[in-house]
Design a protein around this ligand. Structure first.
Ligand SMILES: NC(=O)c1ccc[n+]([C@@H]2O[C@H](COP(=O)([O-])OP(=O)(O)OC[C@H]3O[C@@H](n4cnc5c(N)ncnc54)[C@H](O)[C@@H]3O)[C@@H](O)[C@H]2O)c1
Length: 411
């Protein structure tokens, strides 16, 4: 591709001391990532601060408005132009799942680092091609990152530390569920209900997160998945007429036509881990009354821990080594600078952080990693996210073939 500068709504991106970022996708995650890139250099001491160069979307006016509002120096409606911009060092992919492979691989081939949204891809084949491209690009010094942002909740990064310190002892159970309820019959047929675009429904969207969290917190890999159930309750939905909220489509226009949902509304499965623990996993968009209930509990021989994103600043902890009279669930507020991961970057104790801080912390960790420094918590790269994708695939095979599936079968 010709090396020409991307022209952007009146601005031409220039090289600078900052890390030049270009974002593709300007809606829900586009907003979250913009908040992250803008905040990282303010909250964290970074060797090089991210610089918000270019935002790429589809609609010219909308993308230009987004860029102005969220602090991007320029805007484009042709994402490929950013590949030719020498000032862009990292391409941030925040588009629907079926576009991740094409955009990420093109960016790597153009010599850019890539931070891609989860799930890594819509299909295992796409995910594998991304892992292969990332491996080749790593030989040219290029880094890849995947936005499994829940790793960067202080409580989750702290849970991992507790497990690594051996405070739970041998692990017996992982109990993870990610429950949402926006996918009821009134929600229109957004891209999230189209298997060609999304790959799957609640499964790739939500199970991907809790699979990654389970791997991250326990430090163990999945060895087998069994007993999976994949179910679609809402077979047909109104076609969206445009506009509306990014996830639920609420407030958008409706067409009088209807179309088929081709994805699951929920997927449940059982799992075995490399260290001998067993686990249960459940993802659904129809858990009425649970809006973003991303939960994980780990039970070990010496203690247990419990996390619920709807109370994201807290980690519940049971220390079974205490005298029995003193045992009980402790509610740890994970906001103490010096004690809890990321807490030093934000506010005084119990001055709570929210959803967006996970993205700020992820952007800071990426900037540290690019400078050769240790991120606060490890960031999954494409090879790591491919392992999560293999577990997703194993669960679907288990559901459709009604049998246990060893992870080593899924390549
Ligand atoms: N990490 C998380 O917690 C989290 C949360 C929500 C979504 N996601 C993931 O983020 C990704 C995006 O989801 P979203 O909720 O932001 O979706 P969205 O529908 O809100 O936004 C998608 C964006 O992609 C843009 N887009 C689509 N095709 C494009 C193209 N060819 N060129 C340029 N832009 C294009 C759209 O215009 C839109 O701006 C998905 O992979 C999703 O799974 C992750």
């Amino acid at each position: 591709m010709a090396k020409k500068k991307a022209r952007a709504a009146g601005t031409t991106a220039r090289a600078s001391d900052g890390i030049g970022i270009a974002l593709i996708g300007t809606k829900f995650m586009g907003r979250a990532h913009s908040t992250g890139w803008a905040g990282a250099g303010r909250f964290f001491d970074l060797p090089r601060r991210p610089r918000l160069l270019l935002a790429a979307g589809r609609d010219e006016r909308e993308t230009a408005t987004f860029a102005r509002r969220w602090g991007w120096e320029g805007a484009t409606t042709d994402w490929r132009t950013i590949l030719a911009d020498d000032a862009v060092e990292l391409v941030d992919v925040a588009t629907p799942n079926n576009l991740h492979a094409e955009m990420s691989i093109a960016a790597l081939e153009a010599g850019k680092h890539v931070a891609c949204e989860k799930p890594l891809a819509a299909t295992l084949d796409q995910a594998r091609s991304m892992a292969i491209a990332a491996k080749a690009a790593a030989r040219r010094g290029l880094r890849t990152y995947v936005w499994f942002n829940y790793r960067r909740c202080p409580a989750i990064a702290f849970a991992r530390r507790i497990v690594r310190e051996g405070r739970l002892g041998r692990l017996f159970h992982v109990r993870a569920s990610y429950l949402q309820d926006w996918g009821r019959a009134g929600t229109p047929l957004l891209w999230r209900f189209d298997a060609k675009v999304a790959g799957s429904g609640a499964h790739g969207d939500l199970n991907a997160h809790i699979i990654d969290m389970a791997r991250f917190v326990t430090g163990e890999e999945f060895s087998e998945v069994s007993g999976a159930i994949e179910k679609t309750f809402v077979a047909e939905r109104d076609l969206p007429g445009g506009g509306g909220g990014a996830i639920s489509g609420k407030g958008g226009a409706r067409s009088s036509r209807r179309g088929r949902s081709t994805v699951d509304d929920c997927v449940l499965f059982l799992a075995r881990f490399s260290g001998g623990a067993v686990g249960t996993f459940e993802a659904t968009r129809l858990a009425t009354g649970n809006q973003n209930r991303n939960q994980i509990e780990v039970n070990g021989e010496k203690g247990s821990l419990r996390f619920d994103f709807e109370r994201m600043n807290e980690l519940l902890w049971w220390d079974d080594t205490l005298p029995s009279a003193l045992r009980g669930w402790s509610r740890i507020m994970c906001t103490n600078a010096g004690d809890h991961p990321y807490a030093a970057a934000y506010w005084p104790p119990a001055h709570l952080i929210g959803y967006e801080h996970g993205f700020v912390s992820e952007c800071a960790d990426i900037a540290l990693d690019l400078a050769g420094r240790e991120p606060v918590a490890p960031i999954p790269d494409f090879a790591d996210a491919y392992e999560t994708q293999r577990v997703l695939e194993a669960a679907i095979r288990s559901a459709r073939e009604r049998r246990p599936v060893a992870i080593r079968e899924v390549r």
